[in-house]
Design a binder for this molecule. Sequence first.
Ligand code: ZN
Length: 119
Amino acid sequence: MALKPATGSQATVKVYADDGWPRTIPNGFGRGIVYMGRQAVDDGFYPPRIAAHELGHILGLPDNRNGRCDYLMSGHSSPTSCQSTTPHSTEAAQVRRNAGGGAPATLTRHRVYADCFRF
Ligand SMILES: [Zn+2]
């Protein structure tokens, strides 16, 4: 996926930085708001991995707290030393299915993924 700059209100993904915990408010596939909360950065999590995780929510992926570094959606369950920003093959396959219209509405609409990196 490539992100392109948008003009004005045309942005489908908005990314903000604040002092809270990272969280995402998806609004359909490829749409929503990401808050890059500084708290997880302060706790030592790798910022590019946080961004990749939150954008995973934008693409319809749920949290999967399996503790594995090779899964983007493991979030805070993986150690702070984890710097992987590549989705697991199963995550990539799910995004491809979601892009084809297969995302369950409950995963992509009106659900807030909060404190994904919180202990
Ligand atoms: Zn999450």
